[in-house]
Every structure is written in C-alpha cells, then in structure tokens.
Write a protein that binds this ligand. Sequence first.
Ligand code: ADP
Length: 150
Amino acid sequence: MSKIAIFPGSFDPFTKGHEDVVLRGLKIFDELIIGIGLNSKKQRYFEKELISEKIAEAFSSHSQVQVKIFKGLTAEFAKENNANFILRGLRNTTDFEFENTISQINRDLWEGLETVFLITSPEYASISSTVIREIHKFDRNVDKYLPYKL
Ligand code: ADP
C-alpha cells in the first residue's frame, strides 16, 4: 500500500524550512500533499492562491508532491485524501507543546492517523513565516528565505 501523507500548515508564506521538511518527507512517503489550511480566525498576509502556485512551481519536478487548499479539520482533509499520515516539522519546545496536543486529538478524531515529526535542519531553524511577514511589511527582500521568488 502506498504511503500518503499530508503536510498541513498556514504557509503564510511557505519557506525554505517547509521545503526542507517536504524534501526529507519524500524519503519516507510515496506521496505528499501540501495542504494550505484556512483558519477563519486568522487573516492571511499572502494570498492563498499565490502561495499555492509558488509551491507547485517549487516542486514541479517532483510528481509525488501535490498542493491543495483546505478548510476545516486537518483530520478530515487527511481522510478525504486517503492519507494515513500527517507530516509536521519541529523547531523547538514551543512547537512541541502545541504539536503534542494536536497530534493526540487528530488520532482521536480518526483512529490510525499518525503524525510524523521531522526535527528542523539547523540551517533553517530560525526561519519562521511570522518573521518573514514582518520583514516583508517593511519592504525588505525576503527571497533568501523562500524556495521561489515572490
Ligand atoms: P501552522 O500555522 O499550522 O503552525 P506553519 O505554516 O507555521 O503552520 O507551519 C507548518 C509546519 O511547518 C509546522 O509543523 C511547523 O512547525 C513547521 N515549520 C515551520 N517552519 C519550520 C522550519 N523553519 N523548519 C522546520 N519546520 C518548520
């Protein structure tokens, strides 16, 4: 049976840290679906359609990678895509505290849904979407943090 994973996130924007998680995830999974999750409470900074296009462009040579936009529960999105795995990245203890709770809940929502965590590569550990948005707001170039040009 082929191993399908979803990699859900806000990806506002999708960074080189995220790219690294996907490329490493491809060594584990046969298919990876990057899911841009829409959170009704969070206003996006970068348009979801733009980011979706850019991610697709960045992985155009990887036929095992797809990009989708989804609303609602991550567990439902996984189920709809026949994915038994959720892929997430871990940078620090703050990420861990959050991920710990969420992964338990997701397994509760859909038995057998396992979350697989990849510890960030040191060179990308300090890259966060929040900081990139901040730099971008002040008109500074953020290209070096992204796997595509905005
Ligand atoms: P969310 O809002 O769902 O946390 P993000 O887009 O911020 O979505 O992140 C998606 C996933 O990528 C999370 O698991 C997060 O911990 C991970 N991640 C974010 N930045 C990095 C990075 N620089 N290195 C490794 N993982 C990262």
